[in-house]
Design a binder for this molecule. Structure first.
Ligand code: FES
Length: 352
């Protein structure tokens, strides 16, 4: 990994005698934006089209990035027009010998960051979080693994397949990949090339074959496989229902939060008191706290917006919050909640 700061701890100690760390950090990054006393950053070294409306980025991180395992995610912090945005993306390959990171980003309608990343100039430096979360290959290799992926939900599967491919496939894998049409399928040609008797791949165009359904899954469920599913919240929930009792295990991740107003029929409003800013606002009880705070002009820290990265965690010192993913209520005082996937069940006090 690129760095010129070979002995960061010693350098940091010496440097702190010269100037406060934040001042040094500023000047070091002016010499080379990739350099830092302690922060993980990466330079965009290439950009190419991975599918219609999706771009693959190859990033070269500095030494502060501690690596990842296949199936994990990372937050990117990107400044656009002077505003810092954080977004979460899955790694789209296994860890590489050259230390580079591959991400695939699909442009989302109106998505400022995802659209910017489609044309991000090569050479741009981006801040990275540590890798976190993610799907894992099931622990029993004697049973087939079925991967169900929709849209951008293919990216963690690409990472896991890459890992399995480089270690010679420890088990049969059957990938079912749904997208509107073949042009929208990320890395379609590469997957087609990799497909074999040990890695079966079915591309399912939803424009002609419809969304995930029982008929599409019948054959793959006959071996009672381990299942990994990734896609929108609706896709993952449909996969969960269709495979219930027919698989040995079910791991999932969704890249969209639940549609709170549709799936959480809780009416009314609640008052949320924010301890640090001293504000009290009224929020709908069927909306995530993150969305509700943003609708009130506030900008709480966040990353993935789907309950994985923990960036939005804050202490709830009073009241009951409802988890929008599983409907569970959290009444304990002084409890940490992720505001992107929790709504106010009652009036709340948050340490924000
Ligand atoms: S923003 Fe990632 S957990 Fe809430």
């Amino acid at each position: 990994m690129e760095t010129t700061l070979r002995r960061p701890n010693l350098l940091k100690r010496v440097a702190s005698l010269i100037a406060p760390p934040e001042v040094l950090e500023f000047w070091i990054s002016r010499i080379n934006p990739l350099w830092s006393l302690e922060h993980a950053r990466a330079r965009v070294v290439s950009r190419e089209i991975a599918a219609d409306g999706a771009t693959a980025l190859l990033l070269k991180p500095n030494r502060h990035f501690r690596g990842f395992r296949a199936g994990q995610h990372v937050n990117l912090k990107i400044e656009i027009d002077g505003v810092l945005h954080t977004r979460s993306y899955s790694f789209a390959s296994a860890p590489r010998a050259d230390g580079m990171i591959r991400l695939v980003v699909r442009a989302v309608d109106g998505g400022k960051v995802s659209e910017y990343l489609q044309t991000i100039p090569v050479g741009t430096v981006i801040a990275l979080s540590a890798a976190y979360g993610g799907l894992r290959m099931p622990s029993d290799p004697d049973r087939p693994t079925v991967m169900l992926a929709a849209g951008s939900g293919i990216t963690p599967m690409l990472s896991l397949i890459d890992q399995e491919s480089s270690s010679g496939f420890s088990r049969p894998i059957h990938l079912l990949y749904w997208a509107r049409d073949s042009q929208q399928m990320i890395d379609r040609d590469a997957l087609q090339e990799l497909s074999s008797s040990i890695l079966r791949v079915n591309f399912i165009e939803t424009s002609t074959n419809g969304r995930i359904n029982e008929a599409q899954l019948r054959e793959v469920l006959s071996s009672k496989p381990n299942i990994l599913a990734c896609g929108s919240h609706g896709f993952v929930e449909a996969a969960r229902v269709l495979t219930e009792g027919k698989c040995a295990s079910f791991q999932s991740e969704s890249f969209t939060p639940p549609n709170s107003s549709v799936e959480n029929e809780v009416d009314g409003e609640a008052e949320v008191t924010l301890l640090r800013s001293g504000k009290t606002i009224t929020v709908p009880r069927n909306q995530s706290l993150l969305e509700a705070l943003e609708a009130n002009g506030l900008k709480p820290a966040h990353g993935c917006r789907m309950g994985i990265c923990n960036t939005c965690s804050c202490r709830k010192s009073n009241g009951t919050a409802r988890n929008l993913l599983d409907g569970k209520l959290h009444r304990e005082v002084s409890q940490s909640i992720r505001i992107c996937v929790h709504a106010a069940q009652s009036d709340l006090t948050l340490d924000l």
